[in-house]
Design a protein around this ligand. Structure first.
Ligand code: SAJ
Length: 401
């Protein structure tokens, strides 16, 4: 069995590695970026994921995984390329289409073609039409399916194997063929459905979380006005046996939850008002936090006739990771630095150095600061002592005060 993975990014590369290691499948990993191909063949992991580099080295050494910049004949093809935005939050499926076009000449009877990339509803059917337009003799002879991943960054090795997966073919035979493939390395259940439902399922999962986080963030705005401790409020409300409110924060970051809901709102704007509002609230929360910090700095200057030292605690997009991409904390730090001449200390304990900011140890920054702003709920911050002498803006519930 030989499988070709088109795209060696945050999902394609780990899936290719696990399929080679746990599924015993010969993998050709394809990426248009020659540096990614080179690093992969050298056993160097170009993405951030704990424990994954050792596994890569194992499968490269064993000859089970090689990387190239163009695809070759295989038995199964997996499209795991990005689906970014174009214009006003419209999903751009041109990478999916380009990757598909590059494998079309290689397809033969009995092959499996699967899209894993997060995609707007209908993408798998569109790609099937494209394949059959270019290779009409393959109609009814190949298997086409959509199978989204749902792994949590930072826990990918475990979740790729143990999470349940949803698999939707363009027909039942395609669904079964794809289930057969994934059963080689997935221990979770493989739930069959059709392609459109599987596409919508991925978008639904992340939109659901976005809406729930927006509810928590909206409560934090209301409580700020009402003089109520939002952390205490949520803890008490969650004592209800059927209520489970998530945590407010300084906005929603990462590459999934803040992105995928737009795939629904772009296609179904009239029907998706709640999902669109959730996006607006979570984006607004970051802007609101930045304003709060800027106002606190101005008030301090008025009161003390000097500029304060401000500790900005955390740059990562969520607690206890070193991933800074698409982080609301990072955008808040940038905004505050633009609008203020205060002495700002930037803290990110999970990163050794940053290309733009000089990083300060979290204890030193906390000791020196007049104003402390908690942006990311990293565990070490929770060991800091509360101080009445400092102005503390706790956006992620470190002290829950
Ligand atoms: N956040 C809050 N409050 C909360 C929980 C999260 O403000 O109570 C914020 C985080 O700080 C972060 C953002 O939300 O900025 C997203 O973090 P996350 O841990 O909820 O999710 P991701 O983006 O790391 O991973 C998500 C997961 N999806 C769901 O939990 C529904 C993961 O399973 C998906 O595979 C991944 O998106 C993806 O690739 O789609």
């Amino acid at each position: 069995m030989k499988a070709c993975f088109m795209g060696l990014g945050y999902i394609g590369l780990p899936t290719a590695i696990i399929a080679a290691k746990e599924g015993g499948i010969d993998i050709l990993g394809v990426d248009i970026n020659p540096s990614v191909v080179e690093q992969t063949n050298e056993g160097h992991l170009h993405i951030i994921e704990p424990g994954m580099e050792v596994m890569l080295q194992d499968v490269v050494k064993a000859g089970k995984l090689t990387a190239k910049t163009t695809p070759e004949v295989a038995d199964a093809y997996f499209i795991v390329v990005p689906t970014p935005f174009k214009g006003n939050h419209e999903p751009d499926i041109s990478y999916v289409e380009a990757a598909t076009r590059s494998v079309v000449p290689l397809l033969k009877d009995g092959d499996l073609y699967v899209i894993e990339s997060t995609s707007p509803v209908g993408t798998t059917e569109r790609m099937a039409e494209l394949i059959f337009k270019l290779r009409p003799e393959l109609r009814g002879k190949i298997y086409i399916a959509y199978c989204p991943e749902r792994v949590l960054p930072g826990n990918v090795i475990y979740e790729l194997v143990h999470n349940d997966r949803v698999i939707g073919g363009i027909d039942d035979a395609s669904t079964r063929k794809a289930q057969e493939f994934y059963s080689r390395f997935v221990k979770g259940n493989l739930h069959p459905t059709n392609a459109r439902t599987a596409e919508m399922c991925k978008l639904t999962e992340n939109s659901s979380r976005d809406v729930q986080i927006a509810f928590a963030n909206e409560l934090s705005l209301i409580c700020d006005r009402a003089g109520i401790n939002v952390w205490e409020l949520i803890e008490l409300a969650n004592k209800h046996p059927r209520v489970n409110i998530l945590r407010p924060g300084c906005g929603v970051g990462g590459h999934c939850i803040a992105v995928d809901p737009y795939f629904i709102t772009a296609a179904y704007p009239d029907e998706s008002t709640l999902i669109a509002d959730a996006r607006r609230i979570n984006n607004y929360k970051a802007a609101w936090c930045a304003e709060k910090v800027i106002n606190a700095i101005l008030n301090f200057e008025l009161e003390h006739s000097r500029k304060p030292t401000v500790a900005m605690m955390g740059l990562a997009f969520k607690p206890d990771i070193d991933d800074l991409r698409e982080s609301p904390a990072k955008s808040i730090v940038a905004k505050v630095m633009q609008s203020s001449t205060a002495h700002i200390l930037v803290v990110e304990p999970n990163v050794a150095e940053h290309p733009v900011y000089k990083l300060t140890d979290y204890r030193t920054a906390y000791d020196k600061a007049d104003i402390v702003v908690f942006l990311t709920g990293h565990t070490p911050f929770k060991s800091l002592p509360w101080s009445d002498k400092k102005i503390i803006l706790d956006f992620c519930g470190i002290f829950k005060k």
